[in-house]
Design a protein around this ligand. Structure first.
Ligand SMILES: Nc1nc2c(c(=O)[nH]1)N[C@H]1C(S)=C(S)[C@@H](COP(=O)(O)O)O[C@H]1N2
Ligand SMILES: [Mo]
Length: 328
């Protein structure tokens, strides 16, 4: 059974997975298995290619050779795989940008279950393997902008958050969605020190969560999501600062009241609940008008940051009438 609901049998696998999706997934696994042999053959040719080190690792069972590619992000220059996976914020593995790559090998991502609870008709639990087989994966090139004024352009693999949430039938009382990262100081050595209140917590207003651009991510560059980027499942909300994009999610809760979220709790004058990318509202300690792209070097020309990170046409209506200097 794909979703282990509290009332067994309420959602049948056939209800949530089309036969096409099942067949498609099997096809993907076959393709992945076939290409798993390729690295052996091509390994000898690798020395001819000086950029080999910048390439993603060999295909694994969880890679996505056949994702549907959306037209989003066309014309944007991608940040290299190497930069996306080596310059990270993931305080569970240390506060330095290189720490997550170095320290996240201890995170065990299979099996991995996500509890979905709160104001919904069908609370339950779902495993990452069931998510991968039941929900078609897409590649979407999104800009990603950290509140620290650096940015990346990444070909994320995943699906709209709404696809998962709808399966649990949120009620009309569900005004916000709350997310939690795994808490396990054995696997996440950064949690042995209280640099943040663990577990890492985030939240979205319900209409933000149901917006098609809000994405649950399972991979990048067509490959399984590396641990340092939030394996096996993380959020990406492309019009918000990066801290909203919570990694390694184990709990999702529909709630009536605005939830407490990690950086907002930590420093409410610096990090708001909304955290929409907004060049007009500066962080109290630095400007948000421009950013640099990771990989271009610290002396490269800075780029002008766009309202809602360039996604204003899609999302500005969510905030009509709101004072965005107050609700930052
Ligand atoms: N659990 C958890 N999620 C997190 C963080 C974190 O420290 N812990 N850092 C956030 C911040 S500040 C940013 S900018 C992004 C970084 O994502 P990336 O490393 O994939 O670029 O993850 C966000 N999600
Ligand atoms: Mo960030």
């Amino acid at each position: 059974m794909l979703i282990r609901n509290k009332r067994p049998g309420e959602i049948l696998p056939s209800e949530i997975t089309s036969p096409e999706a099942f067949a498609g997934r099997r096809q993907l696994l076959k393709l992945a298995a076939a290409s798993a042999a390729v690295p052996l053959l091509s390994a000898c040719g690798e020395s001819e290619n000086p950029s080999a080190a910048e390439k993603p690792p060999a295909v694994s069972k969880y890679d996505f050779p056949e994702v549907l590619k959306t037209s989003h992000g066309e014309g944007l220059e991608l940040t290299s795989y190497e930069h996306v996976t080596s310059y990270n914020n993931f305080y569970e593995f240390g506060t330095g940008k290189g720490d997550p790559l170095e320290n996240s090998g201890t995170l065990i991502t299979r099996p991995w279950n996500i509890v979905v609870e709160g104001e919904c008709e069908r609370p339950g639990e779902i495993g990452i393997e069931d998510i991968l087989s039941a929900i078609p994966q897409e590649e979407r090139i999104y800009r990603f902008r950290c509140v620290e004024a650096w940015a990346m352009v990444v070909p994320w693999v995943g699906f709209s958050l709404s696809e998962l949430l709808e399966r649990f039938r949120p009620t009309s009382k569900a005004k916000y969605v709350y997310f939690e990262t795994l808490f396990d100081p054995e696997q996440m050595p950064g949690q042995r020190r209280k640099v943040l209140e663990w577990p890492y917590r985030e939240g979205l207003r319900m209409d933000e969560a149901m917006h098609p651009l809000s994405m649950l991510v399972t991979g990048l560059y067509g490959r399984e999501l590396p641990n340092q980027n939030g394996a096996p499942l993380r959020l990406i909300v492309p019009w918000k600062y990066g801290f909203k994009s919570i990694k390694s999610i184990v709990r999702i809760r529909f709630v009536e009241q605005v939830p407490e979220t990690s950086w907002w709790m930590q420093a409410p004058s610096e990090y708001g609940f909304y955290a929409n990318v907004n060049p007009e509202v500066d962080h109290p300690r630095w400007s948000q008008k421009t950013h640099r792209n990771i990989g271009e070097g610290i002396f490269a020309e800075r780029h002008e940051t766009l309202m809602f990170n360039g996604y204003a046409d899609e999302v500005a209506h969510l905030y009509r009438g709101m004072d965005l200097t107050r609700f930052f």
